[in-house]
Structures are given as structure tokens and as C-alpha cells.
Design a protein around this ligand. Sequence first.
Ligand code: GLU
Length: 471
Amino acid sequence: MTIRTRFAPSPTGYLHVGGARTALFSWLYARRHGGTFVLRIEDTDLERSTTESVNAILEGMTWLGLEYDEGPFYQTRRFDRYDEVIGELLEKGLAYRCDCSRERIERLREEAMQRREKPRYDGHCRHRQVDPDKPHVVRFRNPDEGLVVVDDMIRGRIAFDNRELDDLIIRRSDGSPTYNLTVVVDDSDMAISHVIRGDDHINNTPRQINIFRALGKEPPRFAHVPMILGEDGARLSKRHGAVSVMQYREEGFLPEALLNYLVRLGWSHGDQEIFSLEEMIQLFEIEDVNKAPSSFNTEKLLWLNQHYLKQGDPLHIAHLLSYHLGRLGIDPTSGPDLVEVVEAQRERARTLVEMAEISRFIYQDFEQIEPAAAKKHLRPAARQPLERMRAALAAQEDWSVEALHRLVEQVAEELELKMGKVAQPLRVAVVGRAASPGIDVTLHLVGQEKCLRRIDRALELIREREAAAGQ
Ligand code: GLU
């Protein structure tokens, strides 16, 4: 069997994590089975669909690396095709025109509510001849009885009674086709074998299966993915924090960390937590996805992000870091090799935003030394080691990490001081605070000119303090 899956977002907002997980599952299913992954933009809701949203969705998928093999197909370009199918259904008597007034439909609804029943269209126009030139909708003639059984790959067997389903509108009075019709025409024309989507669509599935059958087509297999909850058990939404995939990029997450997080959200393989894309493709089974909703846990995502920061290819991380440095107004080419920055900082940050923040000193002079660090480390006792270091660094030609290491050691030995007594004031002078990578690496990354300038500033501060104390 040829496996073809699709992701079919409605472009009414950004790509959110729930959509991204559905896309990932569809993508994995196709990749795992040597199939094809199709992207389809369901933009028939002209009022709510926007080009910005299409771009945001494409951008999110590109960032995650979920590349599609076919598409993007736009439903708005297929209106003729939908009309053609609606025409066929009308001709075969499998659909009919309905001109029931809004008031009549409203009355039916109210009566059903009074009887505590689900509102349903009563089939009033099923046998009437409605003038095609007068305003009307087209309804699908749903079978009157029998069961529609969905053999869902995640949820198992679900049976729906046709008596519960009414004749749904497939073309509105303005001539536009509705979701359930367009999805079926597309899934059929695009030969989709497996529909993997959010379980908010589960009630549409029996209706779609009936339309497939009316068209003489075999319906695809379905897998309905449960929703994602926030940590408080409510459906994940903006108030829980970031829900847009690109927001995670802005916050300094690596795409591989987000993908790894999303694949584990509702799916597991033993107690393995870390999955490369290759492993996901090899191991992912849609049947093993949990039926129950899963909750989003930002701490776990951070943990994965840190893992990928520590273990990932430094060149790859450097490319991603470059973007975040840019956001701080830093030109990454104005400093040392970014790979060296990544190697120095990767143990010290949980996100790329943090990594960029703690690397700022490499590029930009800081406004002031952190007061607590200055108070503790830039005392009069630090003046001599700093002056000696200043002189030694000014004369230093070899700016390699090893040479700088030896130099700091030498100065400490000469002054008969512990390394820390030299390195710590030096660090505070050069970094502006008491935490940074090893002093040798720090000096190396900052470069000679900036180091000397900053040591001069720190010495000035010490002298001012001495003068103030002497008064
Ligand atoms: N366009 C629908 C949505 O964004 C998905 C339709 C489907 O996957 O069948 O919710």
C-alpha cells in the first residue's frame, strides 16, 4: 500500500504546538513507511484566513525541518473541483438543494432543545424541487440508518449511528463549499491513505466517511491525536505561555529539542527520552500514541533543550546562536569564532537566549560592573595582581587559551598568590561579573584590546575606592 499522509492547517493563526505535533506525527508516519507527506492549506474561510498565517505556518514547519513532499495545495484554488463534485452528488440524488429559511432552522433547533435532543435538520427539502436560481444551500443526503464505524488507529473502534447525523450543508448560499466536503474531495483526490489529525475532528469523521462512500471511494484510515493540556489540566492556550512554534524559537529553543519534546508528548518507547530524528522515524508507531490528553511541561522541554545544547554539533548551535546574538544588537562576525563561544558556554545555558545573554560581554563593553562582584573582588588587594596582569597581557603576543593559562599562572606564582586571587578580579574586570568560563578561555574570547581597556576601567574603580577610603 502506498502511504500518503497530510497536514491540513487552516491559516487563521500561527503554527501552534498542537498543530506542530500533529504535523510531526503525520510526517513521521510517512517517513517511517517510505510514504509521501502532503501539505494542504485549508483556506476556504475567507474571512479568517490570512497570507501572514500561511507564511507563519510555512516558517514554523521549515524551522522544525518538517519538509513536505507535495504542496502546499490551497483549497481556494480548487473551488471548481468542489463544485464539480457537488454537481455530481446533486445529479445522483446524493445531495439536494434546500431553501429552508433561517427562521425555520432556528425553530427546529429550539424545538429539539426543548425535547432535550440534539438539533438536527429534519430533511424537509429532501423531496422538494428547489429552484437552483433562487438562494439555497446544498445538503448531503446522509444515510438514514446503519452504523458508521471508525477503526481509529489511536482511539480504537468508535461506532456512530446514522440516525444521529443529519444532512449537513456542503455548499453555502454564497456558493462556497464547507469543510467536510472539501476535506473529503481533497483527501480523495490526493489519495491520502492515513488521516492523522486532532481529535477535535472526531465528530466530523463519520460524516466524512459517508461522503467518501457516496463518492464511491474507500475512506482512508484515521488516527485522532488527543489534545495537549496546560499544566493545570485546561486545554493549552496562550495563558499557559508560549503556544506558537516560532515563539519557542524566539525564546531560544532548538528545533530538535521541541521535536523531541513533542514526539514524547503522548508517545513513548520504553523509558527512552532522547530521540534523534532518525530514531523517531525508526521507532514511532502511531498505534502507541496515548488516547488520553497529555500535559505540556515546560521544565521538561528546558531539560531537553539543555541536553541538545550540551550534546549537539557546535557548528549547528553556532548558526542558531547567531540569530539570538543579532537580536541583542551584536554582529556575531565582530568577535571570535562562534564555535568557540558555543563550546565555552554550552554547559552554562538552558536556552540560546541565555547563551546569547551570557556571551554579550565577549562583544560589547558592559555599562557597569555588577556592584556585588565589584565590592567583593575589586578591593585594594586586587590592585597589584590586576596591574601585573595588565602589563603581562599588554606584552602578550600568543593569545591562545594555553598561553593565556600559563600567563595567569605565572603572575600568581610571582606574587605568591593562589590562582583565584588573580583570576577572580581579572574575571570581574573583563566580564563585569563573577561568573564566566575559565579565565583563560574568557580572555581568549574577549581579545586583547577589550581586555586591556576593561582592566584599566577596573583599576580606575579600585583607585577611586582607595581615594575615598583614604579621605
Ligand atoms: N483544517 C483543519 C484544522 O486546521 C484540519 C482538517 C483535517 O485535518 O482534516 O483544524
